[in-house]
Design a protein around this ligand. Structure first.
Ligand SMILES: [Zn+2]
Length: 96
């Protein structure tokens, strides 16, 4: 490996930090879901790389795991007055 070659581990770590995988200094994203066309420091081209729906899909997966338990908590059936009345009748008659 020469000095100009970058290991996959280093490139992936730089990209996960939002930095250019090539130089590690320039920004990789210009907004939350949009990448830059070229690195502002080293000029590496990223325009040909398309992630398509990967970023929104990953966001939905992560946010879904956070909010899904709350959705189940809200969807719990609460006892009604009719349920309480039925329970009281059952207790009085001894049936059930
Ligand atoms: Zn760069």
């Amino acid at each position: 490996m020469t000095d100009s070659e970058i290991s996959l581990k280093t490139a992936a770590a730089r990209a996960l930090m939002g930095r250019c995988p090539c130089c590690g200094k320039g920004k990789l994203m210009k907004s939350y879901l949009k990448q830059v066309e070229n690195c502002s420091v080293c000029g590496e081209s990223f325009g040909q790389i398309r992630a398509d729906d990967a970023a929104p899909w990953l966001t939905i997966i992560l946010v879904g795991h956070v909010f899904l338990p709350f959705a189940f908590m809200v969807n719990v059936r609460r006892p009604t007055v009719a349920d309480a009345s039925t329970r009281l009748q059952t207790r009085r008659t001894g049936a059930g």
